[in-house]
Design a protein around this ligand. Structure first.
Ligand code: ATP
Length: 235
């Protein structure tokens, strides 16, 4: 579904991604983990089109994605839930969700998507008339994911959804992401610093360090890898 090959991104003289190759199959859950500054957000910006790679290719669902304008990419079924949530604070929960449904698929499937979002995150139903800026951090993250789902995506990209959340709230978010993937067949590309939780959830994972993929494998292989255990899982 998504095939990224030899991707290079530079900010001025700094190379943020260096020959990165990643694949996500239809309906697969893929995690990219790595420390601060590894290039995780940059990878998402390249897929969404807010940075232009210096080299490499991105193919998605039969499209040469780098030839598709950034504004068209959500209409191909790619939803990007950005780091730091970025909900519209002075709009209500429902208005934020409605904004997410601006894609063709999102408009066509609005009722169905709204039911799904409210089933996953009942608190958003209870607070549908509340201004998004007054929600707790965890609720804002749920809303950000809900807004992504409202576009009826085939690929949901989540940038550090657990950031700044208490462990119990982060666990709920990870559970819901797994539910979105398992029960609703949406492919998920997750970038996370919480390595243990991300690798626990995914089908396949990549470890990104200073712009390069240093390890990759399926869930079981990565969890069992001694280097992953030592460097990331504290074992
Ligand atoms: P974090 O987990 O801290 O968000 P990250 O893995 O998402 O980190 P990126 O935000 O992609 O990493 O940053 C990768 C590198 O590129 C870092 O060294 C960062 O300082 C640099 N960088 C990111 N955005 C810019 C920019 N707009 N201009 C210059 N350098 C940038």
């Amino acid at each position: 579904m998504l095939r990224i090959a030899s991707l290079d991104v530079a900010y001025g003289g700094l190379r943020a991604l260096d020959g990165v190759s990643i694949e996500v199959a239809h309906g697969q859950f893929v995690a990219v983990v790595g420390p601060n500054g590894a290039g995780k957000t940059t990878l998402f910006r390249a897929i969404s089109g807010t940075v232009t790679p210096a080299g490499g290719t991105i193919h998605y669902d039969g499209h040469d994605l780098l030839a598709v304008p950034a504004a068209r990419r959500p209409h191909l079924g790619i939803a990007h839930v950005p780091e730091g949530r970025q909900v519209f604070p002075s709009m209500t929960v429902l208005e934020n969700l409605e904004l997410g449904a601006y894609t063709e698929a999102g408009r066509a499937r609005w009722r169905e998507s709204l039911d799904l979002v409210l089933q996953l995150f009942p608190v958003l139903g209870a607070r549908r008339g509340q201004l998004a800026g007054t929600l707790s951090g965890g609720e804002q993250q749920m809303l950000a994911i809900g807004r992504g789902l409202a576009s009826a995506p085939k690929l949901l990209m989540l940038d550090e959804p657990s950031m700044g959340l208490a462990p119990a709230v982060a666990d709920t978010i990870f559970d819901r992401i797994q539910q979105i993937h398992h029960e609703h067949g949406v492919a998920v590309l997750l970038v996370e610093q919480r390595v243990a939780e991300a690798l626990e959830s995914c089908d396949r994972g990549y470890v990104l360090e200073t712009g390069r993929i240093v390890m990759q494998g399926n869930h079981d292989a990565l969890i069992a890898d001694d280097r992953v255990k030592k460097a990331y899982l504290g074992l």
